[in-house]
Design a protein around this ligand. Sequence first.
Ligand code: NAI
Length: 478
Amino acid sequence: MATKICCIGAGYVGGPTMAMIALKCPQIEVVVVDINEQRIAAWNSDKLPIYEPGLDEVVKVARGRNLFFSTDVTKHIAEADIVFVSVNTPTKTRGVGAGKAADLTYWEGAARVIASVSKSSKIIVEKSTVPVKTADAIEKVLRRNCKDPNVQFEILSNPEFLAEGTAIEDLTAPDRVLIGGKDTESGRAAIATLASVYAHWVPRERILCTNLWSAELSKLTANAMLAQRISSVNSISALCEATGADVQQVAKSIGTDSRIGPKFLNASVGFGGSCFQKDILNLVYICESVGLQTVADYWHQVILMNDYQKQRFVERVISAMFNTISKKKIAIYGFAFKKDTGDTRETPAIDVCRGLMADGARVCVYDPQVEEQQVYQDLGTEKFEWDHPSPRSPPIAKTAIAIAPDHMEAARDAHAICVLTEWDEFKSYDYQAIYDSMVKPAFVFDGRNILDHAKLREIGFIVYAIGKPLDPFLQKQY
Ligand code: NAI
């Protein structure tokens, strides 16, 4: 029976996951530690570092009772029976496997700290998404670096399947909890201990136990399959536009087939988020490493299709607007990679805005949750600085980006609106008032297919929607 849990990494996964465990298991002390002092301070404040519906309420109940956030990493690791490792595992940017392989620097760093401070045996839980076989490497690091021969480590893989924006819902009633461990006596005991934590609120039949490698690979596979569905329907959206078919009608028609199912069939400007691309690239790298080039190529297409969709969207905007968007103001509705989150990691909005700015447009971004500074950081990177190397001419990103405090301000005097995140509030705006404030002809490019297109056309907008029959106005451009 576990009495103290420590989680290394107070991010989008570590924070909400541990808050839920603390909420459901009041008798277990849960401490989330991080080297990022600002993040820990925010977790201990009224303004949590991440926006997630329902999270504030959960944290409010458990924080100070049996949920704690701390920067004292070594103390809490040393005291814990179970250590979750939920650190970031980004794509490598340098060296062997750069651009594909997972960068396990943070993971290995965490393992070294665990090894050096542990004075009692512990269960180490891989919460981060890691390449298959990582447990093997981590075990070696732990064993070789721990000075106390009496300390034993049992490694479990317990990948997280929550989705940002619905994290609390997903954690409250998960489709399944997956625990992978060794088929040894101590391995089975560790699985049972972790399963008993989740069993406080998750029905036993939803707690799946597998071997370590299956659990590790399941997480990569789940993300690859989810992203593949989006790329598949997005590929069909391009064909719909070319033929006059309607991708929403096609999605509904195929989704009613119980073998296919209705979820994850929304065509859009493309998927984003910190996980899908990185995990597929990781999968591709693993396949290449074991000589499965055809398998690697197959999964790589999912990413290429996503890039194509974003590029296609930008090209549509440009060609619809008479092949020139130079100096035109374009309102960007939504910058987060999906609704109900402020997370912008790998958001399609970055590539779309960059594409539009590269053609000379001025973008004016409005997002209900994304901080102004974040948009500048995402768009104002050196990627654009080299376009204007002269110190006297300001970098393109600084002059081409504006952040609006509300949707009306974003659209005022704009030539077009691009909807890039599916925020619910976008559906209920007064589009007549928006239209009246814009330059004519006024365009709407609905990258999420969430608006009432017929009504927008009635108002006078020229509308482009992903995978929908094209307006006659747009057809003429081709
Ligand atoms: P994140 O970047 O939000 O959080 C990771 C945290 O770990 C950071 O705050 C960082 O300061 C901390 N950290 C790194 N090294 C540390 C160390 N040695 N000691 C203490 N703290 C350390 O990352 P996020 O989004 O929470 O993801 C974590 C893992 O979970 C990744 O492997 C990701 O692939 C996986 N995952 C993410 C999901 C998501 O929706 N964001 C969903 C499911 C899995």
